[in-house]
Design a protein around this ligand. Structure first.
Ligand SMILES: Nc1ncnc2c1ncn2[C@@H]1O[C@H](COP(=O)(O)OP(=O)(O)OP(=O)(O)O)[C@@H](O)[C@H]1O
Ligand SMILES: [Mg+2]
Length: 246
């Protein structure tokens, strides 16, 4: 299958990295071979979320600079060996060109069912690099006007890059807050404003932060994990209803 999926948002802090890790773990639980590439150069976090920061000798900029081969920069995550990770560089001294990043990803993707790419916030060159190898995109937003503005902008950019298979994830949803904000009539209006088909609605779930900021060590059941399991099935083409409808 070798599908490459970029996770993007426009606005920062909407939950891209959280979705990347949650989806990657859920796909592995469904026996898929998954590589998660952190392309948030200068602000990497996936290594911390999956507790491999001490193991990483090479990151993706080492591959690009020729310091190592692509597979030398791939590490198994500590708590789930079948999930493989490539870290972003700590600094952004050497900007990674979209075509070189695509070439590297194309070489690696033959080993995997899914390659998931975490992208930086914003519409800049870092985003263009992260999106270059992608066949599909997931846009992560919150159900708020600022998040949706970012979602619309990133959708336009993705289309200009030739990526038309785009689905929406509304993250950190809290019904009480949504009603207090009073910005939209209902979730259908949020999806209409974004102009992208919804693939998952993820509730606000305080346990997610706790799990992910602790290297995913204590992963147990939580409402958001159920949604990730369902999202993984939907990504894989199964016709299953949304796990959470708000
Ligand atoms: N559904 C959720 N419920 C509760 N907290 C969440 C949820 N999703 C994400 N978070 C928390 O929100 C914060 C931002 O999430 P995350 O780092 O995944 O966003 P991001 O889009 O990757 O940010 P950046 O643009 O800086 O890369 C984190 O503390 C994360 O644990
Ligand atoms: Mg992030």
């Amino acid at each position: 299958m070798n599908d490459v999926i970029v996770v993007a948002s426009g606005k920062g802090g909407t939950g891209k990295s959280t979705v990347c890790v949650g989806l990657a773990v859920a796909l592995v639980k469904q026996n898929k071979r998954v590589l998660l590439i952190d392309c948030d150069c200068g602000m990497r976090g996936i290594d911390l979320m999956l507790d491999v920061e001490e193991e990483i000798l090479f990151d993706c900029s080492d591959v690009i600079c020729g310091n190592c081969k692509p597979r030398d920069a791939v590490y198994p995550s500590k708590n789930l060996n079948e999930l493989h990770i490539m870290a972003a560089p700590f600094d952004t001294d050497n900007e990674i060109s979209p075509s070189v990043f695509k070439q590297m990803t194309d070489e690696l993707k033959t080993d995997y069912d899914y390659v998931i790419i975490d992208s930086p916030a914003g519409l800049g060159s870092g985003f263009a690099t992260a999106a270059a190898p992608a066949d599909r995109a997931l846009i992560v937003t919150n159900a708020e006007p600022t998040g949706l503005r970012g979602a619309i902008k990133i959708k336009t950019r993705l289309k200009s890059l030739g990526i038309n298979d785009i689905r929406l994830i509304i993250n950190r949803f809290d019904r009480k807050q949504f009603e207090e904000n009073d910005c939209y009539e209902d979730l259908d209006e949020v999806v209409d404003v974004a102009g992208v088909r919804l693939i998952a609605l993820i509730p606000y779930d305080g346990r997610l932060s706790a799990m992910f900021q602790n290297g995913y060590a204590g992963l147990n059941w939580s409402p958001a994990v159920t949604v990730f399991d369902c999202l993984a099935k939907r990504i894989d083409g199964a016709k299953v209803p949304l796990a959470y409808k708000g």
